[in-house]
Design a protein around this ligand. Structure first.
Ligand code: ACO
Length: 323
């Protein structure tokens, strides 16, 4: 029997508080028109002061477990993709495991920024294929608002908070069909938080713990790398865009998403877009968009879907999944 990693259920969660472009325009020198025309974003959800990444992850995870009709005791692997963990340690995956009452199996975080969720899915795929896991909970969760400089209009308008989750199981029915991940650390300075636990010690580098970005270079790179990654997913499976029902892209910028759809000749009717309401939620963006389109009935069982994501590192990739 072929061991597939099959998607059994999805869930997501967004913090209650919505911040519109007009709200931002009251605090910084920007306009709704500038933000929307450059990025496609109208609003984003921002976590409350006492709401943390694990809180968002827990809600999304509970919904995914309910959708999969599985209970925490069925889960033997927990992976959380996040750039914004609650604590230095333990991992957010261990905190989540405890919240849900899951015990004993491996639990760990994955850090690949906006590509984090597909990195986590790639690991899950291999755990399930080798028989190391039978039922995995995979979550992308971020409180990205905590690593933004809210006075830097070139970055703070682009991101938001949220979480998305999936339960995957070993099955003889198809699930994840292929995965192609990439990274190139030579571009580490174009998109980064230039400080961290080790470097912030004693303030030796005197850098701020906020996201910095060379927007134009990141944009150019994302379009080219993601276009290649989607072509790679198609070619590796001898498919054309006509065989694909949905593209669920990382939601960083509507112009990046449109450029990739054009590159592979895919109608925007087949692309799931949430950026207008969510902004860029980093590791949460793909599972959030996927969950929305599964729940509203756009994505149907048996359909083929391509995920793609790109983020700091650079780290990026694509996956082909059959629901
Ligand atoms: N409101 C008004 N003006 C602004 C704002 C703002 N919020 N932000 C920047 N500007 C100004 C700049 O100061 C600059 O002004 P200047 O020319 O006088 O110096 C000007 O707008 C720049 O405008 P454009 O050149 O038109 O900007 P561009 O078309 O490059 O769009 C953007 C900027 C939206 C950031 C774009 O480069 C982009 O989306 N890049 C990719 C970002 C991305 O996808 N990042 C995430 C990917 S990875 C991940 O998800 C972590």
């Amino acid at each position: 029997m072929m061991r597939h990693a099959r998607v059994m259920g999805t869930g997501s969660y967004l913090p209650e508080n919505i911040v519109t472009n007009d709200d931002l325009a009251k605090r910084i020198d920007t306009t709704d028109d500038w933000i929307f025309s450059r990025s496609g974003i109208r609003q984003r959800h921002i976590a409350a002061r006492d709401e943390f990444t694990c809180d968002l992850a827990e809600q999304a995870a509970r919904r995914a477990l309910a959708a999969a009709s599985r209970s925490p005791k069925d889960v033997d692997l927990v992976i959380v993709a996040t750039t914004t963990p609650d604590q230095v340690f333990p991992s957010t995956a261990c905190l989540l495991q405890d919240r849900l009452g899951i015990r004993g199996g491996p639990a760990f975080d994955v850090q690949a920024v906006c590509a984090g969720f597909i990195y986590a899915l790639d690991i899950t795929y291999r755990y399930i294929q080798t028989g190391a896991s039978k039922c995995a909970l995979v979550v992308g969760a971020e409180t990205f608002s905590r690593i933004l400089n809210w006075e830097d209009r070139s970055t703070c308008v682009l991101f938001g908070d949220g979480a998305g989750a999936m339960v995957l199981e070993a099955s003889d029915q198809p699930g994840i069909i292929s995965s192609h991940l990439h990274a190139d650390g030579a571009y580490k300075e174009l998109l980064c938080v230039p400080t961290g636990v080790s470097t912030a010690y004693d303030q030796i580098l005197n850098r701020e713990a906020f996201t910095t970005m060379q927007g134009k270079e990141v944009f150019r790179w994302a379009v080219s790398a993601l276009g290649d990654a989607v072509v790679e997913a198609l070619e590796a499976n001898n498919l054309t865009e006509a065989d694909i029902d949905w593209l669920v892209p990382h939601q960083a910028n509507i112009r990046i998403i449109q450029a990739i759809a054009r590159r592979v000749d895919m109608s925007m009717d087949k692309v799931v877009v949430t950026i207008e309401r969510h902004g860029n939620t980093s590791a949460a963006s793909v599972p959030l968009a996927f969950d929305e389109a599964v729940r509203d009935g756009r994505i149907q069982p048996g359909q083929k879907i391509i995920f793609e994501a790109f983020g700091g590192g650079f780290a990026w990739g694509s996956m082909l999944v059959q629901l």
